[in-house]
Design a protein. Structure first.
Length: 298
């Protein structure tokens, strides 16, 4: 694993950006990678979390509790897919009260379900995927970011949406991205930006630009990371990925997929917490935190 540089600059850069943007928070809190890491562990305590399972129901209820404890309003989008009830969960910050002069809604998304079968596991393909990175890492980043934005009294409207039914594609006739497809199709507002966070906890984190993503939006985020001295965001294109950003792009909305697809434990029973790190989580979370505040200034 190669060493990542620049993370010691994060707190200072975040502080300068927040002060320059007029943050009125009483406590100067920034994204905490250790907090996010603990949130991954909590999800794993529920066990594998495939669609329709009690473990996923419990995980969703826990997500709602976490969001409410940070002052976010909750909306649930429940629908049926292949005779299974699925639930997308949205946390909304500053709904209808945000400073509209600073722009419209910014939507973050992550899937909170896990794959029912570890079909790429050479030894146990019949077992479920634990989902420490593929599922739990994106959820952890969004929940920690939600906590920080509340502490900083962020002025814009932000949604954190947790999608069900993303990761069961090609199993028992299921398609990929079922939850985000249903959610995007019923949205009544046009978001300014959609940012999907998926598989971002890998200890050796390399985030390449993704071909389907909106180039302008991706450029903003990758440039923000570069300005912070974070080299996990690499200004090169590598993959074209079917992920939760696609339904929003199909609606004509700018969307980006932040994902490290070079993950050896993908869709195996080895997708466990020892494969992820707080350092990787803070690299992503801090970048998004800074990017959000840069949006206030526009």
């Amino acid at each position: 694993m190669r060493r990542k540089s620049g993370l010691f600059q994060i707190a200072a850069v975040v502080l300068l950006i927040i002060i320059g943007s007029g943050c009125s928070c009483s406590e100067m809190e920034t994204f905490d990678g250790e907090n996010a890491y603990e949130l991954i562990g909590k999800q794993l305590e529920f066990g594998p979390r495939p669609p329709g399972s009690q473990a996923l129901r419990n995980t969703g209820d826990w997500i709602i509790d976490e969001l409410r404890s940070s002052g976010w309003e909750i909306s649930e989008h429940i629908f049926e897919y292949r005779d299974v009830e699925l639930r997308n969960i949205a946390g909304m910050w500053n709904p209808d009260t945000a400073d509209q002069s600073s722009g419209g809604v910014i939507l973050f998304g992550a899937h909170y379900d896990t794959r029912p079968l570890a079909d790429l596991d050479p030894d146990h393909p019949e077992m479920p995927v634990p989902g420490a990175n593929d599922g739990a890492s994106g959820v952890a980043v969004l929940l920690e970011l939600a906590r920080v934005l509340e502490r900083q009294n962020y002025p814009r409207e932000v949604w954190m949406v947790f999608f069900d039914g993303e990761d069961s594609g090609n199993i028992n006739g299921w398609e990929w991205i079922a939850g985000s497809s249903a959610y995007a199709s019923q949205m009544e507002i046009e978001p300014d930006a959609v940012v999907i966070v998926d598989m971002v906890g890998d200890k050796d984190l390399d985030l390449y630009l993704e071909y389907n993503s909106d180039q302008t939006l991706a450029g903003e985020i990758w440039d923000t990371a570069e300005e912070q001295g974070i080299d996990n965001f690499i200004h090169e294109y590598r993959y074209s990925i079917l992920d939760d950003h696609i339904p929003f792009l199909q609606q004509g909305w700018p969307a980006v997929d932040i994902i490290d697809f070079d993950y050896e434990s993908w869709h195996t029973t080895q997708d466990t917490i020892d494969k992820v790190s707080a350092e990787s989580l803070v690299a992503v979370g801090s970048t998004l935190e800074n990017w959000l505040w840069s949006r206030v200034e526009r």
